[in-house]
Write a protein that binds this ligand. Structure first.
Ligand code: SF4
Ligand code: FES
Length: 259
């Protein structure tokens, strides 16, 4: 039996193919070219989009069909690598996880605004310098610390002990939490939520022996005590990690020095 015919996409005036069922949206993007601009500015693109498209699809279409100079990061396109965090309609999200249908206006034409993460140095368009973020991450020693002789077999851990830090193992280092934090915006020296989440992942790991070292680091002036519990970080996390709860647990561990 012959396969049912599918309609060929027509070409929209923007040059972007318009598949059947697509709607017109305006994507307003903060642009910045350090070789030409002294300040960022907004540019709008009227393009077709399917309700099931992710915002990442729209950015790829704009780059592919309208302006190849548009700069943004992405890799997996499936919410795993953490490279395409950006502000979408003013909220930190992964562009590959936000569906157009969840942004469509009930009436009138939809405008989707896209801007880079706030609080990290802007390099170009949606592309920020992640180095300050990773510097804070490295400073909390995000690896297993163990002393003494190397074990001759794997380090055993009970399911209950593994559960203790399960939530914080889910971090994909996207920086959505840290760059939604007003304390981080105000003073880039604060470690930020993501570094504390990743410290939590090892501090509460029964196989790790570096908890005291990490707690000393986080007890610093730039450490956990800067957190004002605004919950922006928990709301921003695309992995659903209870970021504020993890920070509170690290604070409690510092107060009682018992982990
Ligand atoms: S805690 Fe969540 S928001 Fe923060 S870096 Fe990890 S995955 Fe991203
Ligand atoms: S591209 Fe990997 S998380 Fe979005």
């Amino acid at each position: 039996m012959a396969a049912p015919a599918t309609a060929e996409p027509t070409t929209h005036p923007s040059g972007v193919p318009a598949p059947e069922g697509s709607v017109d949206v305006t994507v307003k993007i903060q642009r910045f070219n350090p070789e030409q601009d002294s300040e960022p500015h907004w540019e709008s693109y009227d393009i077709p989009a399917l309700p099931t498209d992710r915002v990442l699809n729209l950015l790829i279409n704009i780059k592919s069909y309208i302006d190849g100079s548009l700069a943004f990061r992405r890799s997996c396109a499936h919410g795993i690598c953490g490279s395409d965090a950006m502000q979408i309609n003013g909220v930190n999200r992964l562009a590959c996880k936000v569906l157009v249908k969840d942004l469509l206006a009930k009436k009138g034409k939809t405008t989707i605004t896209v801007a880079p993460l706030k609080g990290l140095p802007l390099l170009k368009d949606l592309y920020v310098d992640m180095e300050p973020f990773f510097e804070a991450y490295r400073s909390i020693k995000p690896y297993l610390i163990a002393y003494g002789n190397e074990p001759t077999r794997e380090r055993i851990q009970s399911p209950a002990d593994r559960e203790r830090f399960d939530d914080t193992t889910k971090c994909i280092l996207c920086a959505a939490c840290t760059t939604s934090c007003p304390v981080y915006w105000a003073d880039g020296t604060y470690f930020g939520p993501a570094a504390i989440v990743n410290a939590h992942r090892f501090i509460f790991d029964s196989r790790d022996e570096g908890a005291e070292e990490r707690l000393d680091i986080l007890n610093d002036a730039e450490g956990v005590w800067r957190c004002r519990t605004t919950f922006n970080c928990t709301d921003a996390c695309p992995r659903g990690i209870e970021v504020t709860k993890a920070i509170q647990e690290v604070k409690r561990a510092l107060l009682f020095r018992r982990v």
